[in-house]
Design a protein around this ligand. Structure first.
Ligand code: A3P
Length: 296
């Protein structure tokens, strides 16, 4: 949780993020094959960045290659956040072996994405992969992440109360999720709605779903060669935390690269939240999502 934030078009962003959002609203020009990975902070962005990169580039960079880019670069270097790029970098980004398509990540809410992406009539020009995670786990992960920075520690209670009011990076989280959920229901070919817990539970199935959605399904030969398992393995928490670049160096805003990897499990909220806190978050989630067909 940043020490100060701006509310812009209904959502809270740090000053540096807001500047990047305004830049991309003005200058970003999508290509038809661009892929956007959208998340709320701490929903598993780094993980899915790695998976997307490995999946899209599997021919140029087979996952068992000892020189695979994921072994020498962080997922953030390979798949940057749109809002942290300088406009001059949009076009020079080539992180896909198909040079006509690019992969970006972002935390921007649907209504705030550049109109060049969402289209005037609301018809999306690119594919969006949306990843969400249990709200309690997401909050706990964010709390630890924020306090890692040490410059502006915040108590659990204060962070929790702000979070419940929707005041958190790219929050209110519920509104951000709902925007993409509704779009995924209307527009299944353009928005894929994924869950962290399902990725943990059935990675093979979810990876296949992702490949099909992106129009790059696994061939029979790829399936039988073990390629899918190799992608899952190179992107696993265990593998990624062994990679030197993920253990050292800094990201933007004073965060360490290593702070994007903490436990990587489902249900860690039980070690941090009181029963009251958990039920308050559950209650807000239920109220916000009522009638939408979505439950988390
Ligand atoms: P925890 O703090 O619960 O461990 P983001 O990438 O959106 O910032 O999310 C970070 C969360 O994803 C952290 O959750 C982190 O540990 C987890 N994570 C990072 N890499 C992962 C991986 N390869 N597999 C599963 N979870 C991962």
């Amino acid at each position: 949780i940043p020490s100060y934030s701006y509310q812009y078009q209904g959502f809270w962003y740090s000053p540096i993020t807001l500047q990047g959002i305004i830049n991309c609203q003005k200058y970003f020009q999508p290509r038809e094959n661009d892929i956007f990975l959208v998340t709320s902070p701490k929903s598993g962005t780094t993980w899915l960045k790695a998976i997307l990169f490995a999946l899209v580039n599997r021919e140029a960079h087979p996952p068992q290659d000892p020189h695979h880019p994921l072994l020498s670069k962080t997922p953030h270097q390979l798949v940057p956040f749109l809002e942290f790029l300088h406009p001059s970098e949009y076009d020079s980004l080539c992180n896909s072996s198909d040079s006509s398509s690019r992969i970006f990540a972002t935390h921007i809410s649907l209504g705030t994405l550049p109109k060049a992406i969402t289209g005037d009539s609301g018809s999306l020009n690119c594919k969006i992969v949306y990843l969400c995670r249990d709200i309690k786990d997401t909050f706990v992960s964010l709390f630890h992440f924020g306090n890692n920075k040490k410059t502006s520690p915040i108590s659990l209670e204060d962070a929790f109360n702000l979070y419940c009011k929707g005041i958190s990076s790219a929050g209110p989280i519920w509104d951000q999720i709902l925007g993409y959920w509704k779009e995924s229901q209307k527009n299944q070919h353009k928005v894929l709605f994924m869950r962290y817990e399902e990725m943990k539970d059935e990675p093979y199935l979810q990876l296949r779903r992702l490949a099909n959605f992106l129009g790059i399904p696994f061939s029979q030969e790829e399936e039988s060669s073990g390629l899918v398992d190799q992608i899952i393995s190179i992107c696993s928490f265990e593998s990624m935390t062994k990679v030197d670049v993920n253990k050292t160096g800094t990201f933007v805003d004073g965060f360490n690269n290593s702070s994007f990897f903490r436990k990587g499990v489902v249900g860690d909220w039980k070690n941090c939240l009181t029963a009251d806190m958990a039920s308050r978050l559950d209650q807000i989630t239920e109220e916000k999502f009522r009638g939408s067909g979505l439950s988390l």
